[in-house]
Design a protein around this ligand. Structure first.
Ligand SMILES: Nc1ncnc2c1ncn2[C@@H]1O[C@H](COP(=O)(O)OP(=O)(O)OP(=O)(O)O)[C@@H](O)[C@H]1O
Length: 292
């Protein structure tokens, strides 16, 4: 199965075990403004990478990544093709476990707990850290069942109609589909399919949503709808988005991480600072289109 065909509610990546594997103690206190922390305090950190290195066989894809991702904000990851953005995203909910060639060293903490600890169930983790892919990939099922599927697998069958409605409303899709919930999800437009995938990802009530170029396959109108939705989602969820589109990162994110060739995180800071006054000359050159 390709990675693009997997979501948190995919039958092959979901089970019914407890979600309680991840504790909620963020641990350490104090403000740290070193580059990977972008003035994110430990108190509002949800995800923290510490010295994360990733290889695919002998090729290094990420080089010593330190980064703190803040709660209920949109964090964008930008950088030229092949610099490791998607790899980093997929490490956060252990999607890279499914790639035989991938090997990770370092720590990736979710609410203070290393997601690579042996007692962490990756399937339960993926319910807490949902994922949306570049190409909309609804199941060949009804709109209703696309959203209900993961809930049923978790045994959350009470108030199902309400749960489905709530998820579709949160994904800004309810008004367009409320009279056709029995129709196939694959019959929706591309933009609607992507919002359906977002509804499916948020139905199990995750804390974090990872989005890998969620609008790059959509037309401008659908892109704008998904961008608006992402801003709304950040009121409830922590959103981490990979995008090739720098204008999009500037429009929708609070924090921006710039990865450059060699799998290096060169700068991480408030989005406005990155785009208006970056510290690094390499970042400025990238932002201003001198390479990329
Ligand atoms: N499954 C894989 N097997 C082997 N190498 C991989 C695999 N996935 C990614 N890589 C390699 O790891 C490096 C980083 O890839 P990654 O997809 O994370 O970069 P990216 O910044 O997201 O790129 P893009 O913007 O083009 O999607 C690249 O050299 C890529 O070829």
């Amino acid at each position: 199965m390709s990675q693009e065909n997997m979501t948190t509610s995919d039958p092959e990546t979901t089970n019914t075990e407890s979600d309680q594997l991840i504790d909620t103690d963020p641990g350490r206190g104090g403000l740290d403004e070193s580059s990977g922390r972008g003035s994110v305090t430990s108190a509002n950190t949800v995800i923290e990478a510490r010295n994360v290195n990733v290889w695919y066989n002998d090729d290094q894809a990420l080089n010593d990544i330190d980064m703190r991702i803040p709660k209920k904000q949109v964090t964008a990851m930008i950088g030229p093709s092949g610099c490791g953005k998607s790899t980093f995203l997929r490490c956060i909910n252990r999607m890279n476990d499914l790639v035989d060639a991938a090997r990770i060293e370092g720590e990736l903490l979710f609410n203070g707990k290393n997601v690579y600890d042996s007692d962490v169930d990756p399937v339960a983790l993926r319910r807490r850290i949902g994922m949306v892919f570049q190409h909309p990939n609804p199941f060949p099922k009804s709109i209703y069942d696309n959203v209900a599927y993961g809930l049923r697998l978790q045994g959350k069958t009470d108030n199902m109609d309400q749960r489905v409605e709530d998820a579709l409303k949160s994904a800004a899709l309810w008004d367009e589909v409320k009279d056709r919930l029995d129709e196939s999800g694959t019959d929706l437009s591309g933009g609607q399919q992507q919002r359906l995938c977002i509804a499916r990802a948020i139905a199990p009530d995750p804390e974090v949503l990872l989005m890998d170029e969620p609008a790059s396959a959509l037309d401008p109108v659908a892109t704008s709808q998904v961008e608006d939705l992402i801003a709304d989602l950040a009121e409830e969820y922590t959103v981490v988005i990979v995008t090739h589109n720098m204008q999009q990162a500037a429009r929708i994110s609070d924090k921006t991480a710039v990865f450059l060739t060699g799998g290096e995180l060169v700068e991480f800071d408030d989005t406005q600072k990155i785009f208006e006054n970056p510290e690094s000359q390499r970042v400025e050159d990238y932002i201003t289109g001198k390479f990329g």
